[in-house]
Ligand binder design. Structure first.
Ligand SMILES: *Cc1c(COP(=O)(O)O)cnc(C)c1O
Length: 391
């Protein structure tokens, strides 16, 4: 058999599938069993041991997608994040975290670490020096997120990996916004790659799951904690996720194209103040994004001109819904200040550059002309409001 690494869509469609030996069906059969006979004492299959037939099959696909040796699939993105981080830290240890982080991860650090005797530092900026300066003797983990939520900042993965290796530190990345289609951090020396599979892997806003990939050795360490914490995913959802990933390559490429188109349209628009998208040459890290990403992703954010009411704009959209989550085939928007980053408070938001009028846009697979028409009719309503209230 040809062992050459398969291409993206072939991996998405085929790698890891469970063969249906009985009926020769085209897709993986679903094994819902929580109990398996002890045929071999070395293999005790049980859902919370992360080793049912469907769990193992999906993990092979995830590892292949990220050029990793092994993977684990969790009940949520945060189960994947928390289990991975805690597996590498004990009382007395220290972790360096990128300042612009997913809200849940920020809360995990600020609300939980102290009671386990773990200290942490947030970086002041995103340059490699900003990470290096926070390293202490007891630092065990550096944790990054690129592109970040909600401003789509880019962190230099290779530079961070190099600094960490020099200091014997494990690097972790939240790769959710990029998805494995657009970015493979292991190729740049990052050790542990984490995904909220709720987002691009699921892709249809109907699955909550998380994934971690790394070396066999690192995954063994994460597994030892994972089985005690118990954050495994039900086999039915594992099976649904396997199905979703079959089309991930196609979906994400369509979302990349649509997001680029929307970013260019918004960038040139009179009503729009700022557009944040790594695929725009105006993005401060466009060159770095080009270097480390295969595609620029389906997420962008933008600000309306200050006199325009951003919240009325969101309410006036008809096709594009306001929604907390992201990465579905349907386009959605949200206000980070009112939702995902509400708990940070005004000071921390200002520090991260998140303005009250910022709108995060998760671009779906609809026809771009229809998305533009929807935005145009909403802007029209917002503009007319400015005229009437000024009289
Ligand atoms: C949604 C998300 C998470 C958390 O995932 P859940 O599946 O909601 O637990 C973590 N990181 C990023 C970047 C996310 O968007």
């Amino acid at each position: 058999m040809n062992q050459k690494k398969k291409g993206l869509n072939t991996i998405c469609t085929h790698v890891g599938e469970v063969a249906d030996e009985v009926f020769k069906g085209a897709i993986s059969p679903l094994y819902m069993s929580t109990s398996y006979a002890f045929e071999d004492v070395d293999v005790k299959r049980y859902p919370r041991y992360f080793n049912t037939p469907n769990q193992e099959a999906l993990c092979k696909k995830l590892a292949a997608l990220e050029n990793a040796e092994a993977a684990l699939i969790f009940g949520s993105g945060m189960a994947a994040v928390s289990t991975s981080i805690m597996a590498f830290l004990k009382a007395g240890d220290h972790i360096v975290l990128q300042r612009t982080l997913y809200g849940g991860t920020y809360n995990l650090a600020t609300e939980e670490f102290e009671k386990y005797g773990i200290s942490y530092s947030f970086t002041d900026g995103l340059r490699p020096e900003d990470f290096e300066i926070k390293i202490q003797e007891k630092t065990k983990v550096i944790y990054i997120e690129t592109p970040s939520n909600p401003l789509l900042t880019i962190t230099d993965m290779a530079a961070i990996a190099k600094i960490a290796k020099k200091n014997g530190i494990v690097t972790m990345i939240d790769n959710t916004f990029a998805s494995p289609v657009n970015q493979n951090p292991i190729d740049f020396g990052i050790d542990v790659v984490i995904h909220s599979a709720t987002k691009y892997m699921g892709g249809h806003s109907d699955i909550c799951a998380g994934a971690v990939v790394s070396t066999q050795e690192n995954m063994e360490r994460i597994f030892q904690l994972a089985k005690n914490l118990g954050g495994s995913l039900s086999d039915y959802t594992v099976w649904l996720l396997e199905r979703s990933i079959k089309t991930m390559g196609l979906r994400v490429k369509a979302q990349n194209e649509n997001a680029q188109r929307m970013a260019e349209y918004l960038y040139g628009h009179d009503d729009i103040q700022n557009v944040y998208y790594p695929g725009l040459p105006s993005h401060p890290d466009h060159q770095l994004a080009k270097l480390q990403m295969h595609g620029f992703g389906g997420m962008l954010s933008f600000e309306l001109h200050e006199q325009l009411d951003a919240s009325l704009f969101q309410k006036s959209l008809q096709l594009i819904k306001s929604s907390m989550s992201l990465a579905g085939v349907e386009s959605t928007v949200l206000s980070p200040t009112q939702t995902s980053h509400a708990l940070l408070g005004p000071e921390e938001r200002a520090r991260q550059g998140i303005k009250d009028g910022l709108i995060r846009f998760s671009v779906g697979i609809e026809e771009p002309e229809d998305l533009i028409a929807d935005i145009e009719q909403a802007l029209e309503k917002v503009r007319s409001k400015v005229v009437t209230t000024s009289h």
